[in-house]
Design a binder for this molecule. Structure first.
Ligand code: SF4
Ligand code: SF4
Length: 455
């Protein structure tokens, strides 16, 4: 006789039936347990001899539910196909520690699977099933709530967002010696609507200024929206498609309201993937404007002669870390390297790289789950070794999440490296002398006032 299930366990099983897409079923059914993906996982490399970290083992903890409740093989040969179920809330807690604590959804095992099994996709589904019944790490619950209720995942209030932009606008005017320089907010009919990660407002306003300097130097007709400006999306991490659709939908609605021609997404791997690739499906919306990563925008400005850069302004040695979402899920691998080579003198590749790069270990929302930090940093050893082998002083990445993940592991392993983003390097390499000279001609009074104040 089968054991009676807890209310939550039954709800998880029922909801799984609603979430089984063709893509997920294909991955749940296709694994032949060949083990070829095993060594591709950074958790496995950090825990040799422990089979519970192997991608196929972790996948089987989810797969057994599918086999038992939704696949004919599990109904006829349950033992052969390892069909199984969850009965209690403790079973669900155990599953939580696997899907949130032992996998960053980095998809490195996916690209190394000859059968095309995409564990990260159904790991995300399992996260969503658990979140649906309130079983998730506290940090995940908190961040998702902020994004639902306040509109961005760091709970930045609208007045603080506007204040920060105005503060950076003053800095821009000072640095460009142009009192008319603006960071426009809610300007209608702009060629570009620029959306960012709330981390830039809360912890790294310099990135807002650096982007503004580049737009200013390029003479771009752009705006930042007052609402729907958060291009990050915790729905990708917690498996909640409704949250994913609501967050991405706010961005799309605002671009349409402003009649913007193109959406430019600042440097963030999961934000780029969510806003440009997954968001239209979650939001069930057709998008009739272009969108691109700011990496591509900056590269175009240089290639089209809209901005001039001088790579000698960025001395030292640099390597590049591919964000999993940018590289493995969106194919954004060559443009960042091309841009980097244009703005630094000494670029050294890290190995392996591009789609084979290892996760910063802060992916999949891991930075919001302190309960797994010890295990995460242990798994970061492979990334630390990768970084050390480059012999560089600075690692560049196009992802705010990776900035935090890399900074944490660099501190933990005492690597003595800095982390920066392309926007910072491009802004630093800008040749602005001609622009400032032109500004001086246009605003001679301000120049006199500045000169007398210095005397
Ligand atoms: S997921 Fe793919 S590579 Fe890994 S064990 Fe299954 S079939 Fe083999
Ligand atoms: S998605 Fe990444 S972290 Fe998860 S099992 Fe695969 S390789 Fe490991």
């Amino acid at each position: 006789m089968s054991q009676k299930k807890s209310y939550k366990a039954q709800k998880v099983i029922d909801r799984m039936g609603q979430k089984l897409t063709r893509q997920i079923v294909g991955s749940l059914a296709a694994c032949v347990h060949c083990g070829q993906c095993t060594d591709s996982c950074h958790y496995v490399l950090a825990n040799p001899g422990d089979p519970t970290f192997a991608p196929a083992y972790k996948a089987d903890r989810i797969r057994k539910l599918f086999k038992k409740h939704y696949d004919w093989t599990g109904k006829i040969f349950p033992k052969w196909v390892n069909a199984g179920t969850v009965n209690t809330d403790e079973d669900l807690e155990e599953l939580k520690d696997i899907v949130f604590g032992k996998c960053t959804n980095c998809r490195r095992c996916t690209v190394n699977c000859p059968m095309g099994v995409d564990l990260a996709t159904f790991n995300r589904m399992a996260r969503g099933l658990l979140c649906h019944v309130g079983i998730m790490p506290e940090g995940v619950e908190y961040v998702a709530k902020e994004q639902w209720e306040i509109g961005n995942q760091m709970g930045v209030l609208k007045e603080d967002y506007i204040d920060t932009i105005e503060w950076q606008e003053e800095e821009l005017q000072e640095e460009m010696e142009d009192p008319t320089a603006k960071i426009p907010i809610d300007k209608n009919d702009s060629d570009v609507v620029y959306v960012i990660n709330p981390r830039e407002i809360k912890h790294d306003p310099r990135s807002v200024l650096d982007a503004a300097k580049i737009f200013y130097a390029a003479g771009e007709d752009y705006t930042m929206p007052s609402e729907g400006w958060d291009m990050t999306n915790f729905g990708l991490f917690n498996g909640d498609d409704e949250l994913g659709g609501a967050v991405a939908g706010r961005v799309y609605d605002k671009v349409e309201e402003l009649n913007g021609k193109k959406l430019v997404i600042s440097e963030c791997g999961h934000g780029y993937r969510s806003t440009r690739c997954e968001g239209p499906n979650w939001a069930k919306k057709d998008i009739d404007f272009d969108s691109e990563s700011s990496v591509i925008t900056m590269l175009k400005y240089i290639k089209e002669g809209k901005i001039k850069v001088d790579k000698t302004k960025n001395p030292g040695s640099y390597t590049f870390h591919d964000s999993c979402n940018n590289a493995r899920s969106c194919g954004l691998t060559e443009e960042p390297r091309e841009l980097l080579r244009l703005v630094v003198e000494d670029f050294r590749e890290m190995y392996p790289n591009r789609a084979e790069n290892f996760c910063c270990t802060g992916g999949g929302g891991a930075m919001s789950m302190p309960e797994y930090r010890v295990s995460r940093l242990k798994s970061a050893k492979v990334k630390a070794d990768q970084l050390t082998a480059t012999g560089t002083k600075t690692v560049v990445t196009s992802c705010h999440n990776c900035v935090d993940g890399l900074s944490d592991l660099i501190g933990h392993y005492k690597l003595g490296m800095d982390v920066t983003q392309l926007v910072n390097l491009v802004a630093n390499a800008l040749v602005v002398d001609d622009i400032i000279e032109e500004n001086r001609k246009n605003h001679p009074q301000e120049e006199e006032a500045t000169t007398s104040a210095v005397q």
